[in-house]
Design a protein around this ligand. Structure first.
Ligand SMILES: NC(=O)c1ccc[n+]([C@@H]2O[C@H](COP(=O)([O-])OP(=O)(O)OC[C@H]3O[C@@H](n4cnc5c(N)ncnc54)[C@H](O)[C@@H]3O)[C@@H](O)[C@H]2O)c1
Length: 362
């Protein structure tokens, strides 16, 4: 494949930084990381590649049309991979406004600038251009939980045809942005593709999210707060598997298509927390007792979805992507990464990069 120029919005975030590292380390493509650097953006996550001459950083807000235009005109991208978003469900409940602004107005602004830029391209360049919108399985709402159905009942999965029924301000804002992207294809013929992925975990994950929060609270001897009974089910995917899937879709996915991405790893939150505790008990035992002793139940999140599970057969069959990590191998790598990368997470926790209140997300 000829080398392309790819703009990655949100490239300093958790998944975006995995995409940027993968593009620089494993491909010949040039990357422009367009990121506002909110509390969730951290350039320390890109230290291993930021000296590459194929890597460029632009601190730009996707809601700032003229600045987005400048970046498009300057770098003349072949592909835009749009990951920039507000992504933390609990924050969206505390303050939905920022989510509507970034996820809806920001995506609209980016689409409009992409549309104007696309109009300036030669037919050749137009044929190769793609706007790849990265979204979540949370737009589909939730699925029946095994506790709610008769034993032996086959449980459904989210497919690309599942209708949208978002529950939280976060998922509603992402659903709105997905609709805008499809409308810009249908109405304005902007070549777009959409992916919807399940919960990610892995290195460089901001410690307000379930897995890093549990690892770091466990190590600090703090309570491990689990919402309600902890029986909510998520379908976990190792972030580097997601990054590979995204690059496959951005470079070979068909225009107008949607691809669901997931790892076939349905786990109850409480089981995820138990697994983390068990790994830590093995690799960094406490003087006395088990890390499981730190688990505490806290009041459930309002509107909490009970189960997410992805049918990823389309991307596997049509584009040949399969995840490389099992949950067991990925979670072990993740715990080890946090044990070996104290400097990264200490700077986040002590606010020396940017201070923020830490909650939890699952
Ligand atoms: N984390 C998951 O499990 C998951 C699963 C499926 C889909 N997604 C989607 O993937 C994308 C990335 O998720 P993440 O977990 O890496 O998010 P994140 O919160 O870790 O990172 C978001 C990034 O976007 C940047 N950003 C925020 N607002 C911006 C703005 N106005 N202009 C420019 N940059 C801005 C932030 O600085 C940050 O670098 C999101 O669109 C999210 O909806 C996430």
């Amino acid at each position: 494949m000829t080398a392309k120029t790819i703009i990655v919005t949100g490239g300093a975030g958790f998944i975006g930084s995995a995409v940027v590292r993968h593009l620089i380390n494993d491909t010949d493509h040039t990357v422009v990381n367009l990121d506002k650097l909110t509390y969730a953006g951290n350039l320390e996550s890109l230290k291993e590649i930021d000296q590459s001459d194929r890597y460029h950083f632009e601190q730009v807000d996707i809601c700032d049309g003229p600045e987005v235009k400048r970046v498009l005109d300057t770098y003349q991208p072949d592909i835009i991979m749009h990951l920039a978003a507000e992504s933390h469900v609990d924050r969206s409940i505390d303050g939905p406004g920022e989510f509507i602004h970034t996820n809806v107005v920001g995506t609209y602004t980016l689409l409009e600038q992409a549309r104007s830029f696309y109009a300036t391209l030669s037919d050749d360049k137009k044929a190769g251009f793609k706007f790849h919108h990265i979204s979540t399985d949370e737009v589909y709402g939730d699925l029946p939980h095994p506790d709610e159905v008769e034993a032996g009942t086959e449980l459904p999965l989210f497919t690309e045809e599942t209708s949208y029924e978002p529950s939280s301000p976060y998922s509603a804002s992402k659903a709105a942005s997905d609709h805008l992207v499809r409308a810009w294809l249908r109405t304005f013929k902007l070549p777009t593709v959409v992916t919807n992925c399940s919960n990610n975990y892995g290195p460089y994950h901001f410690p307000e999210k379930l897995i890093p929060l549990m690892i770091l609270n466990a190590l600090a001897g703090k309570p491990l707060p689990v919402y309600g009974k902890g029986n909510q089910i998520r379908d976990w995917l190792y972030v580097e598997d997601h990054a590979r899937a995204l690059v496959v879709v951005a470079t070979t996915g068909a225009i107008g298509e949607t691809y669901n991405i997931g790892g076939h790893n349905e786990k109850q939150n409480i089981d995820v927390v138990h697994t983390i505790c068990d790994i830590l008990d093995e690799v960094k035992p406490k003087a006395e007792g088990s890390y499981r002793d730190q688990i505490t139940s806290v009041a459930d999140r309002p509107g909490h979805d009970m189960r997410y599970a992805i049918d990823a057969s389309k991307i596997q069959k049509e584009l040949g992507w399969v995840p490389q990590e099992t949950f067991e191998s990925g979670i072990k790598k993740t715990v080890e990464w946090y044990l070996n990368n104290e400097a990264w997470w200490k700077a986040v926790l002590d606010g020396s990069y940017q201070g923020e209140r830490l909650g939890q997300n699952q």
